[in-house]
Design a protein around this ligand. Structure first.
Ligand code: GDP
Ligand code: GDP
Length: 436
């Protein structure tokens, strides 16, 4: 389930972010129509010859006012902690510097595969100079010119060959979820309260550094869950843990590894801009989503309070109209007992498959009641609909001309699907294709 992670490390100015952009490239610029989401240039999803992976530019994580050498060593440590494969970027123009050697010394301590990419090899004459870099001790250096796109394919091949073979298949029956939200909304209190109310499974199998902080437990209904750690929950005492970029990175990694994401809001403070940003990530990643309004105990309530809060959320998070909202308190434990069953339900919806025959009955029925739109006398014709994927449920609608499928009609069809089948808590993707 979880895709491997590649981290790019190296001292400033060797070309890390240029390499990052080359690899992540066009995928980064696909901007979804989600308000409040600013692109985070340090983390991206990528793919090479069908192999998906996630990419981190550690150079983008600035660690406060730390001196330069501390910054680059911290970044190298993040790479060691977070990545399956490390790309160590150096520059042929300056040769090996003290800072390169410093990074190398940190990377020696890791048993992760390290690929040495010598960047800025813009012309063949410079190729001879890359052999000096053997002395860094990471085997054969790879010549790259990220601005010219030279050697990037070879680099990607080497990255993909270095992924661990036996990526532990995360396809056990446990339901993975994470809690995300800005600092102080109560994520760690909620995790502790949830774990306190359920039976934590004590495992004596040593996980990897990254997975060891996931906690499996069994709910009172007997279902197995794993709560995934995000920044701010269980601290490991690293300097970089309090930096904003690192928290974002951890949240994005946690979202990627989750089946269901709990977006935590703070009832006491109301909705803030940062909440939308955080929720936007989860929505974009296509995960199941539940909105938790925590600290519900702090409000003086009347019979309108909950409805008004809900209306406000619906207004501010329009793209999350599918997500259920639950009002909880980590302190009084209010409604926390309902959470496991709700997470389980959303997880089922997230992977629900609809047989084509039933699906087409629903679509054809909908079209009969609300005829397809026309444009310049040409009418949209829908031939057939089929579900092509789960997590999130994705449907392909075969039509005469995709241009004729207006957003409002697509929304109408999606709503018909939602009315007929339970897709609460999960995004649903509709893709129109021209029937040949
Ligand atoms: P970072 O600090 O390691 O992320 O480095 P950047 O990606 O910001 O690049 C630093 C500078 O090197 C920029 O001016 C880039 O345009 C330049 N640069 C990056 N890659 C190459 C390359 O392959 N060839 C040349 N000639 N310049 C490059
Ligand atoms: P995190 O940064 O999101 O992990 O937030 P914490 O779990 O550290 O909580 C931040 C503060 O809010 C702490 O002082 C908690 O005691 C408090 N807090 C958390 N949940 C609740 C709640 O449901 N009700 C009240 N009254 N306080 C809470």
């Amino acid at each position: 389930m979880a895709n491997p992670v590649v981290a790019i490390v190296g001292r400033p100015n060797v070309g890390k972010s240029t390499v990052f952009n080359r690899i992540a490239g066009e995928r980064i610029s696909i901007v979804e129509d989600v308000p409040g989401v600013t692109r985070d240039r340090i983390y991206a999803h990528s793919e090479w010859l069908g192999q998906k992976f996630n990419l981190i530019d550690t150079g983008g994580i600035d660690i406060g006012d730390e001196p330069f050498l501390t910054q680059i060593t911290e970044q190298a440590e993040i790479a060691i902690d977070e990545a399956d494969v490390i790309v160590f970027v150096v520059s042929v123009r300056e040769g090996i510097t003290d800072a390169d050697e410093k990074v190398a010394r940190i990377l020696y301590k890791s048993d992760k595969p390290v690929i040495l990419a010598v960047n800025k090899v813009d012309n063949p004459e410079l190729r001879g100079d890359i052999f000096d870099f053997y002395s860094l001790g990471f085997g054969e250096p790879l010549a790259v010119s990220s601005t010219h796109g030279i050697g990037v394919g070879d680099l990607l091949d080497k990255i993909c060959h270095s992924f661990p073979e036996n990526q532990v298949e995360e396809e056990d029956k446990t339901i993975r979820f994470s809690l995300i939200g800005r600092p102080n909304v109560g994520k760690s209190s909620l995790v502790n309260a949830i774990l306190g109310e359920n039976r934590v499974i004590v495992s004596n199998i040593e996980g990897t550094t990254r997975d060891a902080i996931d906690t499996p437990f069994i709910s009172s209904q007997g279902d197995e869950f794993t709560v995934i750690d995000t920044a701010g929950i269980r601290k490991r005492g690293k300097v970089y843990e309090n930096t904003e970029k690192y928290s974002v990175l951890r949240a994005m990694r946690a979202i990627d590894r989750s089946d269901v994401v709990l977006v935590v809001l703070n009832a006491e403070e109301g909705i803030r801009e940062q909440d939308k940003k955080v929720a936007g990530y989860a929505h974009e990643a296509g995960r199941g989503i539940i909105i938790l309004v925590n600290k519900w105990d702090t409000l003086k309530k009347n019979n309108r309070t909950m409805i008004e809060f809900e209306e406000k959320i619906r207004q501010e998070f329009q793209y999350l109209s599918y997500a259920p909202i639950i009002f909880v308190s980590a302190v009084t434990k209010q409604r926390l007992d309902k959470l496991p069953a709700l997470i389980k339900q959303i997880n089922e919806n997230h992977q629900r498959r609809i047989p084509s025959a039933v699906l087409n009955d629903v679509i054809m029925d909908a079209i009969a009641r609300n005829p397809t739109p026309t444009d310049h006398g040409k009418r949209l014709r829908v031939f057939y609909t089929t579900q092509v994927a789960v997590k999130p449920p994705t449907f392909v609608v075969f039509v005469n001309d995709p241009e004729l499928m207006h957003f409002s009609y697509q929304r109408f069809l999606e709503n018909q699907i939602r009315d007929s089948f339970d897709f609460t808590g999960t995004p649903v993707h509709l893709i129109e294709r021209k029937r040949k």
